[in-house]
Design a protein around this ligand. Structure first.
Ligand SMILES: O=C(O)COP(=O)(O)O
Ligand SMILES: [Mg+2]
Length: 226
């Protein structure tokens, strides 16, 4: 079993880890496609398109709806439409996964420093955390557009190491996607993979995180048991 003794700080992914946000991402995707007179996507399809930020989500959605490669100009023109719709939906149909608030609160009380590292655009991240009463728990919140590169690049995690003045072995990443696992491995950071989120239909164990959890409260069993 992985040794978590040195862990002082934890970086959490957002979509598919803390919040089940696909219902609103799907609603905003379909509102955008409707505006363009294009066919609608199922929630299941949208679930498979989430993971590389809003622009990639829309590229995948347009590619599906047009059954073709997506012209860059169309994508650029479509983004403000999607951003508008997602801003209206945001938390309407989304929910926290079980045990998220209680586990985060317990980890914070135990002295761990907490951050969010998401590929979601920053402008939606703070309001979403606020809507679910989570925003006060985190020292740092990084969106997909906060830095020059997003996960799977290690830049956001390296940025946190610098901000907190800690070593890679003191940071833990927790996420639902191969992008979280790859970013953590590139930054030499321990990583827990969650099985319930969005990972392009692939089991998270295929990305070989240090540990795999089916429920958020299992994280507490690793980090709060001593
Ligand atoms: O918005 C996305 O594409 C994924 O967001 P996440 O990094 O919080 O899972
Ligand atoms: Mg995720």
């Amino acid at each position: 079993m992985t040794n978590f003794d040195q862990i002082r700080a934890i970086a959490f992914d957002l979509d598919g880890t803390l919040v089940d946000s696909v219902p609103d991402l799907a609603a905003a995707t379909n509102a955008t496609l409707l505006e363009l007179d294009l066919p609608q996507a199922s929630e299941e399809q949208v679930r498979g398109w989430v993971g590389n930020g809003a622009k990639m989500l829309m590229r995948r959605a347009l590619s599906f709806a047009l059954a073709n490669e997506v012209d860059e100009t169309l994508l650029i023109d479509t983004m403000p439409k999607f951003m508008h719709h997602y801003g209206l939906f945001l938390e309407k149909h989304s929910c926290l996964y079980p045990n998220v608030l209680s586990t985060l609160t317990a980890l914070k009380q135990a002295g761990y420093r907490l951050a969010v590292v998401t590929n979601k655009p920053y402008r939606f991240t703070i309001p979403l955390l606020e809507a679910f009463g989570l925003s006060d728990l985190f020292d740092h919140v990084l969106g997909g557009d906060s830095l020059a590169k997003m996960k799977p690049d290690p830049l956001p995690l390296n940025h946190l190491l610098q901000q907190w003045q800690i070593e890679p072995q003191q940071l833990l990443m927790i996420g639902d996607s191969k992008n979280d696992i790859l970013a953590a491995k590139s930054a030499n950071v321990t990583v827990i993979g969650l099985t319930y989120g969005y990972n392009y239909g692939e089991h998270i164990s295929l990305s070989e995180p240090n540990e795999v959890c089916d429920n958020f409260d299992q994280i507490g069993q690793f980090l709060l048991s001593k």
